[in-house]
Design a protein around this ligand. Sequence first.
Ligand code: SF4
Length: 383
Amino acid sequence: MMNTQGKAIGMYIHIPFCQRKCHYCDFPSYAGMENYWEAYTEAVVKELTLKAEDFSQATIKTLFIGGGTPSLLPYRLIERILETVHSKYRVIPHGEATIEANPGTLTPDKLKTYRKLGLNRISLGLQAAQEDLLKKLGRIHSYEDFLHAVDLAHQNGFQNINADLIFGIPGQSLEDWRMTLERVTALDLTHLSCYSLKIEEDTLFGDLKNQGRLEEVEEELDREMYHMAIDYLAERGFAQYELSNFAKPHYSCQHNINYWECGEYMGIGAGAHSFARNRRFANTPDVAAYIGGIKTGEPLLSEDITLDMEDRISERMILGLRMNRGVDLEVLSLELNVDLEMKYAEKIEKLLAWKLVEHCGTVLKLTKRGMDLANSVFIEFID
Ligand code: SF4
């Protein structure tokens, strides 16, 4: 049994269904599995019930229903899941509670139900504001659909709205990216996530790349787009607080901050990851295998690692450096009972000389250059 006595934790619930698979996506999400929706919902309800005792002393401080496309499901299924959460767990009243949605899948009834169930943040997958780029990415929606979704969300009481954006899309110009930023910042949004497109194996883009048929954006342009986002969004009141995340004051995503601070969280559903008592584990991403495993009373795991002290230090450094506020080495040293300045003295000196990190008192953070080359910094903290 897992001991989470009195802890405030995050809860993530994964809905792995999409209308169509986007051309760049390697997340555990599947199209054409409508016949699994009901059974999957029941499996999620059962997993929530099975784990409730282990987490009976924990308080859920943030809730995140992600995917996939959770908004694709009929609202009564989301209702069934959230009613189980509220009846079996202690959820902090008015804590951040997010649902991911794709434009084109929201209706007033769905949004009303989400609000009624305590969801107070909506995260919309837009990616780009140009129809040709949306088509290229294999998205199911138009920019108009996005505008309509934002309107509907506002009309139904959602004030905290995020849009996910992608830059570095093949064929995307700097002007396209500027226009996307201009359009989304003209709306009443509270949060923006801006990701550089990564071409992953086992995606349509990955196949095209292997065949030499994908014109990738040059690294230089990709970085120019990133810098543009940081500067442009800052001018419009969205402060960068993590490598890819920007928020209006008081609207940074608490659920994700808990990940970057290595706080504990439970993951429910196929492919969902959990972290508790220094143990990281993940359910199988295979929907049928997940449902089968839950039926036997024991979720099938695809990963199960217990972190030793070195792993924990490494994770705290790497995840902490992702955030603009950086890592307070003095505070973390006390917490982990290890002198981090001493442990990493040589590495920090080297990173300082390369101008990839900077010291602000006892805090170590990435410089602008360090943000561009974040992976080269992170690698220094892996033993
Ligand atoms: S909507 Fe999101 S999760 Fe679904 S296929 Fe597209 S990128 Fe992947």
